[in-house]
Design a binder for this molecule. Structure first.
Ligand code: NAP
Length: 196
């Protein structure tokens, strides 16, 4: 499961668990993006995002958190990450799970063909997104059959809303796991909109 996780919230966790059930996955590996190639805006430092993701996933024995993107120098291309996991277990059936808004851009990603060679894609969204994903068909050709859509009502929670609440001094209780909120407050993350 790829994402910036800036910060991780319950929507991500419910999405991962829903995907695990729906696709009978053995486990879900959360992969915080190191240096998002598509973002000019700043995100919290990768090590913070990794540690928050680790804290949020630690209590689920079917969830893991990977350092592969935060330790790989240069832009975090999904194709490189999937090549890495495919090489670790070539016989496994790999899925790349991420937000549907991100998947809408996938045809333009670096080495997009490799993404579909190594994995099928699960685009998670709040309800009502199916039509937009179908519009990807001309850009993806046959690979459109390797894109699956999963509706997750809990994705009404978003990292940008969590960051806005934090920078405005509002509560994020019940939006992020308690340990993540404690970590954010301890490190003073997202206190100013400059990091949003
Ligand atoms: P983003 O543009 O910050 O997020 C787009 C939307 O998707 C947001 O609404 C976001 O909500 C949601 N989202 C992102 N990850 C999610 C997840 N795991 N579960 C549920 N919703 C999710 O996208 P991003 O997080 O930076 O990137 C998403 C993934 O695509 C990452 O793994 C990134 O490395 C990959 N990517 C790769 C390339 C490339 O290889 N060239 C280019 C772009 C993206 P929240 O803000 O609430 O998370």
């Amino acid at each position: 499961m790829g994402g910036s996780f800036n910060p991780i919230h319950y929507g991500h966790l419910v999405a991962a668990e829903t995907a695990r059930d729906a696709f009978a996955l053995d486990r879900v590996i959360f992969v915080p993006a190191g240096e998002p190639p598509h973002k000019a805006r700043t995100v919290a430092p990768a090590e913070h995002r990794y540690l928050m993701t680790f804290l949020a996933t630690a209590s689920n024995r079917r969830f893991d958190t990977s350092r592969v993107e935060i330790e790989r120098p240069g832009p975090s291309y999904t194709s490189d990450t999937l090549a890495h996991f495919h090489a670790l277990d070539p016989d496994a059936h790999w899925y790349f799970i991420t937000g549907a808004d991100a998947v809408m851009e996938i045809a333009g990603w670096h080495a997009a063909e490799d993404i579909f060679r190594y994995a099928e894609v699960i685009a998670v969204s709040r309800p009502g997104y199916a039509l937009r994903l179908r519009s990807l068909a001309p850009a993806l050709g046959d690979n459109i059959s390797r894109v699956h859509h999963l509706e997750v009502p809990a994705l009404a929670i978003s990292s940008s809303d969590v960051r806005a609440r934090l920078s405005n001094g509002l509560s994020v209780r019940y939006l992020v796991p308690e340990g993540v909120e404690d970590y954010i407050r301890k490190c003073g993350l997202y206190e100013s909109e400059r990091q949003a």
